[in-house]
Design a protein around this ligand. Structure first.
Ligand code: KIV
Length: 272
């Protein structure tokens, strides 16, 4: 149980801003289902992200693009049933907000109404400013996402570090300022140089949550399945694995298969 858990009964968007002011780092992890959400929330994490990485992790797609709004709502409503304390933020999936602000608002309202989530996350800056404003005007909290934005992978062509060049770093800094000014409560910065991320975090009052953005930001996010080692093919430098669940689970499944085949399972105590 974390210290934060004792201090904050329930995490809100305001709590995160307070944490930044108090110099307390923010912890964020993904979850896509009830069981995982219950464990993550019970461990005292501040924010649970129902990420569109569910497209990769849960559905086995190569990118985040195929996941639908209905599927995100299904994942988010499962997560919401598992939590007591964490703030739950849901990714607006690709295609649900890029075409026009009215559609963006409709998508955000569906997520809030049908899943019970506490806010949405959107990838992009200036290009989606009007959509962000419209959603915020409806009273829905928005978390921004800049840097490596996986919904634009076909534009980037690679998952390499973003904003290494001055021009892109300048645009990212301007976009971060724009998102704060528009009213976003926080921003995820993905895979950008640590020095740039720190500079952005220091220049804004809203918290910057990093993934592959170094330690100078206000909090960290990882994909839970990666950090507990259920996945093993994805090995970026920024990923710290806290468990090797792929091996542990494989061992358990092999033992079960052996016991079934040999007739060892079930034994006399395991039957009626
Ligand atoms: O979808 C996701 O899991 C994310 C995180 C990697 C930040 O956007």
């Amino acid at each position: 149980m974390s210290i934060a858990k004792k201090e904050y009964k329930r995490i809100t968007t305001k709590t995160l801003v307070d944490m930044k002011q108090n110099g307390e780092k923010i912890s964020m992890l993904t979850a896509y289902d009830y069981t995982m959400a219950k464990i993550v929330d019970g461990s005292g994490v501040d924010v649970i992200l129902v990420g569109d990485s569910a497209s990769n992790v849960m559905a086995g797609h190569e990118t985040t693009l195929p996941i639908t709004l209905d599927q995100m709502i299904y994942h988010a409503s499962s997560v919401i049933r598992g939590i007591d304390r964490s703030l739950v933020i849901v990714d607006l999936p690709f295609g649900s907000y890029q075409s026009d602000p009215k559609e963006a608002l409709r998508s955000a309202i569906r997520i809030m109404k049908e899943s019970g989530a506490h806010g949405v996350k959107m990838e992009g800056g200036k290009e989606i400013k009007e959509s962000i404003k419209r959603i915020l005007n409806a009273g829905i909290p928005v978390m921004g996402h800049l840097g490596l934005t996986p919904q634009s992978i076909y534009k980037f062509g690679t998952y390499t570090v973003r904003a290494k060049e001055e021009e892109e770093a300048k645009k990212l800094t301007e976009d971060a300022q724009l998102l704060e000014k528009a009213g976003c409560f926080s921003i995820v910065l993905e895979k950008v140089p640590a020095a740039l991320a720190e500079k952005v975090a220091k220049s804004l009052t809203i918290p910057i949550i990093g993934i592959g953005a170094g330690g100078g930001v206000d909090g960290q996010v990882l994909v839970t399945h990666d950090m507990i080692g259920m996945t093993y093919e994805f090995n970026p430098r920024f990923l710290r694995r806290y468990l090797d669940l792929y091996s542990e689970m494989s061992k358990a499944f092999s033992s079960y298969i052996k016991d079934v085949k040999s007739g060892d399972f079930p034994n006399e105590k395991e039957q009626y």
